[in-house]
Design a protein around this ligand. Sequence first.
Ligand code: DOR
Ligand code: ZN
Length: 340
Amino acid sequence: MASQTLTIRKPDDWHVHLRDGEMLRKVAPYTARQFARAIVMPNLVPPVTSIEAASAYRQRIVEAAGPGFTPLMTCYLTDHSDPDEIARGLAEGVWIAAKLYPAGATTNSASGVTDIRNIGAVLSRMERIGMVLCVHGEVTDPEIDVFDREAVFIDRILQPLTRDFPALKVVLEHITTIEAAQFVSGAGPTIAATVTPQHMLINRNAIFAGGLRPHAYCLPVAKREQHRLAVRAAATSGSPKFFLGTDSAPHARHAKESGCGCAGIFNAPFALESYATVFEEDGALDRLEAFASINGPRFYGLPLNDGTVTLERAEVQVPGEIEGLVPFHAGETLHWRLAG
Ligand code: DOR
Ligand code: ZN
């Protein structure tokens, strides 16, 4: 009989949106319940571009999340980012990575980078000091089909970037395609990727199932089935290049269920349950711990967490709404439950 519990080293979330103010206070406890640390995305309004803003935001997260949770901050890169400030923020322990949003690619990315050449000096400094670049890997060229934007980004931007800065540590965030899985698998040890639960569990049909489904919409948008399977195979393969990043991205219900609905899936409340479902279905439960708790800290050069979490085999009914937000798996039954 299959084991009834699974105990793994305490995991981290290497990509999450915790927002600010009232939304932060609502969502942070869900991430803190599941994870010891999380890399917090800086796409607030205004974006987190300075050491001062990142430190103040970190403090607000600590207050909202409560004890036992460590937010790991990122710096939002713009055309005007200063290599000295980026390096100083790393040296002072304020942030551990910088995030590249191509301008216009996603939520609150208007201040992002309009041309990768504008941050050449920043990338060169980051390469020298060993600072990780987190990448939203989609081109914004309106002529490129939305479902092709990740693959085109790899060709046009990421390939040249890794050639020009061969020692730069890069995380291709929330991968959604065969092209991304293959690129990362075939690249050297400085290139890794995060994988969300949704990109392993839904394909693009979910967005159109019986009508338009705003709660299945995120960016990069879910792709065809063959892509979902490739992303899943990469994540569950045991390769140290792939690790857990939920991309939990809450938006108020009215902002999702709108004539122009926001991109983002709020998956924080049942994230580990969701990942465990995938790994079990693929016969890879023994690889969940590396994906969730080991590969990420090894890549970032951080210590592994002490302590463990236990998942129990039990039916869990996911509510239709949590804190006024519609969570991933709303109304479904999951077969794992995080104990405690
Ligand atoms: O779906 C997404 N939501 N993708 C992103 O890249 C950003 C995020 C957000 O901040 O809402
Ligand atoms: Zn994100």
